[in-house]
Design a protein around this ligand. Structure first.
Ligand code: FDA
Length: 304
């Protein structure tokens, strides 16, 4: 009950446009610096190097979403290209994760298409990869359409599927061959389209990962859930799935010990590192997911 109230409360805060805008001026507050690597790519780069030194690959997310102005969307592209340049200059093992609404999906789909194509193009020059994060269900169909169109031209792009959606298992089958990150899903979606019960979401998660791997397709397993991780490990051992066909992923600042254990056990591992001024919505979604993170934020409020 408390968990549900907390989830609803922080989910609605994450969508609050006034607070989202205000937070861009505050700098990293409320303990967000524990889970957001900095305000600029330059300030995140040392953390990326440290993660690489510990055996972890990284995917970097320049925070921001729900942009509704063409100029801001164009600025997002400039920042994305700059980020790819900086990653290349520093020679780090780090891909780029992007949200299509940051690149203007809500402004003009054609503009968004041009911009995501430009990012794929630049990433290809550097032999790097772009991963398109999955947002709320309102953007789901458009995101998959753009992904499919991109894949006709670029093989260095993949996306995310969310196991809380009823339709995701079919989409997993249809996206055989495309690198996919499987996650549970971070947005509040209705029961007409999404499972609400953790047991169903978890069961679908494991099913999606197994399906993708059995289709000989690369899977990133994006979860902090040790039970799911144990199940996937047992499945890959039993089915002789080569370790270079999958990787585990977790968010920066969460379960650091478990991240390192997986690396030490010889699994491919990638930390998802967010940075940027637009930290507020991301941070509120992390609070919505796990009431324990609220204590973490409160501690941060007093220590910063
Ligand atoms: P969940 O929160 O369900 O926890 C399951 C269990 O794991 C808990 O009961 C507890 O036992 C344990 N656990 C979890 N967190 C813990 C912690 N911090 N410390 C100790 N134990 C803990 N979502 C989305 O909609 N679109 C996207 O593109 C992405 N991208 C993405 C990338 C990556 C790399 C990750 C890890 C996640 C995402 N997500 C996402 C978010 C995802 O959908 C989901 O909301 C969160 O990962 C939370 O779900 P979990 O699977 O981690 O476990």
């Amino acid at each position: 009950m408390i968990q549900k109230l907390s989830r609803n409360f922080f989910s609605s805060l994450s969508n609050n446009k006034v607070l989202n805008r205000g937070a861009k001026r505050w700098g990293l507050k409320l303990g967000a610096s524990k889970v957001v690597a900095g305000l600029t790519v330059e300030s995140a780069i040392e953390k990326i190097k440290d993660l690489n030194d510990s055996g972890r690959m990284v995917t970097l997310d320049h925070l921001g979403e729900f942009v509704n102005d063409a100029q801001e969307a164009r600025e997002s592209l400039r920042e994305g290209l700059h980020t790819l340049d900086v990653l290349h200059e520093h020679g780090v093992h780090c891909t780029l994760s992007v949200k299509l609404t940051k690149l203007g999906l809500d402004v003009d789909e054609a503009l968004c298409w041009q911009q995501i194509s430009a990012l794929c193009e630049r990433a290809a020059i550097y032999d790097n990869t772009i991963n398109i994060d999955m947002e709320d269900y309102n953007h789901y169909g458009q995101t998959l359409d753009i992904l499919r169109a991109l894949r006709k031209k670029y093989d260095n792009v993949g996306t995310v599927l969310q196991s809380y959606l009823h339709r995701s298992i079919e989409d997993t089958e249809q996206l055989a061959g495309v690198p996919l990150r499987i996650v549970k899903g971070a947005y509040k979606e209705s029961s007409t389209i999404a499972y609400q019960d953790k047991k169903d979401i978890d069961k679908n998660f494991v099913n999606m990962v197994q399906t993708h791997l059995l289709n000989e397709s690369y899977a990133a397993i994006g979860t902090h859930d040790h039970e799911i991780i144990a199940e996937i490990k047992a499945f890959t051992e039993k089915n002789h799935i080569p370790r270079d066909m999958f990787e585990f992923q977790m968010l920066y600042g969460f379960r650091n010990d478990l991240q390192q254990t997986l690396v030490d056990e010889g699994y491919r591992f990638r930390t998802y590192v967010p940075f940027g001024r637009d930290w507020y919505g991301y941070f509120m979604r992390r609070l919505a997911e796990r009431p324990q993170n609220v204590t973490f934020a409160l501690r941060g409020m007093f220590s910063k």
